[in-house]
Design a protein around this ligand. Structure first.
Ligand code: UGA
Length: 440
């Protein structure tokens, strides 16, 4: 059993801390936010993440997981300290690593004996060296450390599953001693023969960016193919399915939509593009993926506007789904933000419903009407737009939707509604890459 401290209790820190305690280690999750730690101690999980509640409870009850605002003590007690604080997008596309630097300085003052210091936050390639230097600056006598980069590949909404059953674990470490300790941290995975890649630090940092950027690229690509499908009468779902059956391509992340969002893809691909420019090696494919994503978001607004006679003014639009994807209350960079703002700018009003993300969106856009069901959102509205593929929208009763709307206009940006049924019921509708032209 190792003693672990995780600094930062956001999605990554909390899921990793709880997951590592489930592997049998003693974990302190520490954060400077008194309110976050207070609610965690009281048994409340500050984020919506399926399965996290049970994972935390189980390990708190077993005495393996605790929470604290005392970061100094958390560092003193640990064999391994994970840095898992936020790295939001800063100026000129670069990630803002000030929180990571601040934690590194705190670690530096508090190192007693040997420790592994491991970064889980997504930091720009090459930052490991900077963190190492910061930690070395004030290290007290007798203090010793090795630095490790251990990027996280978890997805919001399935983060617990992704942490406990990962496809691979990447450990960037130049010291064998540190690598062996990290292997011990992930012992149950190692024993189960999950691939554990030992790389140098820059490689581990690059793997994280290269993976996220590739997935974002895949989405932008299928979105552009979807547009071509619309122009040619092809069905993008069949195209994506057949493409995915080629093992070299894989079916995952080929689902067209209103443009990707979230706290990771937009930030990470911008950071990779900024890094590439700094190195005078512009990464054109990724720059194009970024641009395509912006165009895709605007295209969704145009699609809706076109169906509403090119005029939002004085009209009410029901927005169904606010989160950037299902199973999360996170609305960061969600395409619904642009949709709502442009409808507002066009003089329309919004009635919005998300099964769990209404409150998060209220913080960003307070001046629209939030309601508690899709029926309420759609009642007497001039159109309805699905922005997030929540299961409850998949099962939506379209006959009922038709009676609720004052105009039967539907934009399905996630392609979850039955085209046959929408056609049969006489809806005016659009989707992404599936408006099939029937050939005679
Ligand atoms: C992403 C990566 O998938 C994780 O592996 C990574 O660890 C994480 O970022 C991170 O860097 O922390 P996440 O942002 O939680 O995870 O969400 P995804 O499931 O990747 O979805 C991102 C966006 O792409 C969503 O807006 C989603 O709707 C969209 N998407 C995804 C599509 O439009 N089509 C798809 O086929 C897949």
């Amino acid at each position: 059993m190792l003693k672990i401290s995780v600094i930062g209790t956001g999605y990554v820190g909390l899921v990793s801390g709880a997951g590592i305690s489930d592997f049998g280690h003693r974990v302190i999750c520490a954060d400077i936010s008194e309110s976050k730690i207070k609610s965690l101690i009281e048994g409340e999980i500050p984020i919506y993440e399926p399965g996290l509640d049970d994972l935390v409870k189980r390990n708190v009850n077993a005495g393996r997981l605790s929470f604290s605002t005392n970061i100094d003590t958390a560092i003193h007690q640990a064999d391994v300290v994970f840095i898992a604080v936020g790295t939001p997008q800063g100026k000129s596309g670069n990630a803002d690593i000030s929180a990571v630097e601040s934690v590194a300085r705190t670690i530096s003052k508090n190192i007693n004996g040997y420790k592994v210091i491991c970064t889980k936050s997504t930091v720009p390639i090459g930052t490991g060296q900077r963190i190492k230097e910061l930690i070395s600056e004030n290290i007290p006598d007798g203090g010793e450390f090795d630095y490790v980069s251990n990027p996280e590949f978890l997805r919001e909404g399935s983060a617990v599953k992704d942490f406990l059953w990962p496809d691979r674990v990447v450990i960037g470490a130049t010291s064998d001693r540190a690598f062996k300790i990290m292997r011990e941290v992930y012992r149950p995975l190692y024993v189960n023969e999950k691939p554990m890649l030992h790389t140098n630090i820059a490689t581990a940092e690059m793997i994280k960016y290269a993976s996220n950027a590739f997935l974002a690229l895949k989405i932008s690509y299928i979105n552009e193919i979807a547009n071509l499908c619309e122009a040619s009468g092809a069905d993008v779902h069949q195209v994506a399915k057949a493409m995915g059956q080629d093992g070299r391509i894989s079916a995952k992340f080929l689902h067209p939509g209103p443009g990707f969002g979230g706290s990771c893809f937009p930030k990470d691909i911008n950071a990779l593009a900024a890094f590439a420019n700094k190195k005078e090696l512009p990464i054109k494919t990724i720059e194009a993926a970024i641009e395509t994503n912006e165009i895709q978001k605007s295209r969704m607004v145009s699609k809706l506007k076109k169906m509403m006679n090119d005029d939002f003014s004085g009209k009410t639009v029901a927005i169904l789904g606010l989160a950037f994807k299902p199973n999360t209350d996170d609305v960061r960079e969600s395409s619904s933000i642009q949709m709502i703002r442009e409808i507002q700018e066009g003089g329309g009003s919004i009635r919005a419903f998300d099964p769990i993300a209404n409150d998060s969106m209220k913080e960003i856009i307070p001046d629209i009407k939030y309601v508690d069901s899709w029926e309420e959102a759609c009642k007497d509205a001039d159109s309805a737009t699905i922005m997030t593929e929540w299961n409850e929208f998949r099962g939506m009763d379209l006959d009922r939707l038709k009676t609720l709307l004052s105009n039967p206009i539907v934009l399905d940006t996630r392609n979850i509604l039955s085209i046959e049924k929408l056609t049969k019921l006489g809806f005016t509708f659009d989707n992404v890459g599936r408006k099939i032209v029937h050939e005679n």
